[in-house]
Ligand binder design. Sequence first.
Ligand code: COA
Length: 334
Amino acid sequence: MNARALVGVRILATGSSVPEGRLTNADFEKMLDTSDEWIVQRTGIRERRVLDLTKASGLTLAREALQNAIDAANIPASEIDLVICATVTGDMTCPSTAARIASDVGAAGAAAFDVGAACSGFVYAINLADSIVRAGRAKTVAVVGVDAMTSIIDYADRTCSILFGDAAGAVVLRADENPALGCIYQHMGADGTGWGSLYIPRQARDIPPSDIENKTRLGCLRMNGKEVFKFAVTKFREVIEDALAKTQLTPDQVSQFVCHQSNIRIIDAARERIGLDPSQVYVNIDKYGNSSAGSVPLCLDQLWRAGKITPGKPFVLVAFGGGLTWASSVWQTP
Ligand code: COA
């Protein structure tokens, strides 16, 4: 891990992976007291990708996403000296998902650890990666965001279950001689006082008295939708406005705002308040739902491969989630 200090950071390539399986709103109409109309109106979601959990897990998606990114970067995996994986649905607490995917793709020996910041996880992880490379502690870093949300959903809970899907995305970063490249501004925050709005209890004692009547199975995600909605609408706007103010960028100078896909109403509210053009705010929630830490890197990979990240123009990553957490990351591309 020796790179020259005060370097820039270049994204060599991106990758992603989603399962073949689809769960549509029509499927939910057969399972629960809900309707396609309610789901589309309240969330913008039409279908989500779901793993066959008897055969695969988040680890499978994470490995595939990283392999795609390495193939696109066209570098030997052995050159990667650090793997950071953002997830709250790792197969096991120990070992980390990062350690397993590193060796699976041929990067055994690289440092590897997981980051747990829920839906903000990937943005936290890429911010860390940029800082580590700029400090000269690593030269080539793989950052993965993955969540197998369907492994922690109680399908009897109609409010939570319709929102989430499974996905993974990855980027490979490398130190660059041009210090102007890479993350030019980052912000990360958390407010643990709001943890009870979005949490996954392991045991009965984890459940706060206010949520004791909730019948959701232990080990599954619990959410106070209204609280999270209020937090998200405000925080999304604040985080984007902060990133623009601190970088002195006007919205038209930004190529894309790559936002966590949680609810189309949350994305639209922020977009309208700030006055962003719809073409600058990518949306794929209709096809994938909310895939937590997989959401932002899946969007980034789709944009990157479609050539929609304009060379020379900055792009902005934004996310919020359980914790409660939030994060932004502004990237200057070559
Ligand atoms: N189908 C039909 N009705 C449903 C439903 C479903 N899938 N889920 C909930 N409802 C019902 C509720 O039971 C409630 O009925 P009631 O009035 O008889 O009590 C009614 O719809 C309205 O519920 P409410 O919670 O007010 O709906 P909402 O407009 O707030 O939308 C969410 C619910 C979950 C879509 C919305 O709150 C949300 O998106 N929150 C943020 C979630 C999020 O982003 N989480 C991840 C963060 S990373």
